[in-house]
Write a protein that binds this ligand. Structure first.
Ligand SMILES: Cc1cc2nc3c(=O)[nH]c(=O)nc-3n(C[C@H](O)[C@H](O)[C@H](O)COP(=O)(O)O)c2cc1C
Length: 257
């Protein structure tokens, strides 16, 4: 990966936050200060990118600019727009998960919000494709977990094959995903980890195809932070052929360590 634009300390703090973050759905309605909002914009400017060639922009808006059948009432909604090329959904998940961790580290609440859509006028303002929303603000509820046992997640043995890189995959196992679907599977080898994404059934395909790609980007963000913590390389490189068949999953890409 390129020379990171974040300090070592900041990456390490984001890594530690993996083990305690949780989604927050109840917010104080007071807005954050201009300084806090600027700090969030500044953080996004130094977030690591999976593909620097993919243009993206973010808008922080209030609830009037958001449509949703099942609302989350928050003071701020960050809408992520991207050029629709290459692995842009992976990139969106990768970038915004760094922000999710950053907010949690700063004792703010946040939650991915796949059910939301920007109002038509907002979509029309951008040349880029709307991808996803992340809500945030001061939390009314607890925004950290006390221990790993408080995470409702599959066990490592359900999501991986191979005996290597336990610590890296533990960090990935705890990643958030749409409806907590955890659509990932890993084949772990000596110097590389192959990532697989669940094949959604016909009914789920419409909604989950996009969400699951974002989820995989989130998983990659946790993997990157964990690899960085162990001073391992992190290079995402899709092999020309699937390294192995995994029933119910499709090969997505490989991380070389
Ligand atoms: C791509 C994505 C979309 C999500 N969309 C919603 C949503 O629309 N509404 C909601 O309440 N939570 C949403 N979530 C939050 C997940 O339900 C939550 O991350 C998951 O249940 C795991 O819980 P945790 O984040 O507290 O660890 C979404 C998460 C992701 C990653």
């Amino acid at each position: 990966m390129n020379q990171s634009r974040m300090t070592k300390e900041l990456k390490s703090e984001l890594y530690q936050t993996i083990y305690k973050r949780q989604s927050v759905r109840k917010y104080e309605q007071a807005k954050l200060s201009q300084d806090q909002l600027q700090d969030i914009e500044d953080f996004l400017n130094k977030a690591e990118l999976l593909d620097p060639e993919i243009k993206f922009e973010t808008k922080i808006v209030d609830s009037e600019a958001v449509k949703s059948l099942i609302p989350i009432k928050a003071p701020h909604y960050l809408q992520f727009f991207s050029e629709a090329k290459g692995d842009y959904l992976l990139n969106a998940g990768f970038v915004l998960q760094q922000l999710d961790l950053y907010l949690s580290k700063n004792d703010l609440g946040s939650c991915w919000f796949g059910m939301a859509k920007p109002k038509k006028e907002i979509i029309a303002e951008s040349d880029l494709e709307y991808v996803i929303t992340l809500v945030f603000g001061n939390s009314k509820a607890e925004n950290h977990r006390d221990s790993i046992e408080d995470f409702d997640r599959k066990s490592l043995s359900e999501i991986k094959k191979g005996e290597t890189h336990y610590d890296l995959l533990e960090a990935v196992r705890l990643a958030p995903s749409a409806t907590n679907g955890q659509p990932w599977y890993f084949i772990s080898e000596k110097d590389q980890i192959h990532l697989y994404q669940v094949e959604p059934n016909f009914i789920k395909k419409f909604f989950y195809e996009k969400m699951n790609k974002i989820d995989m980007g989130i998983a990659l963000a946790h993997l990157w932070l964990a690899a960085d913590h162990q001073q391992q390389d992190f290079k995402v490189e899709k092999l020309s052929e699937s390294p192995a068949e995994v029933e119910g999953y499709n090969y997505l890409t490989t991380v070389k360590l």
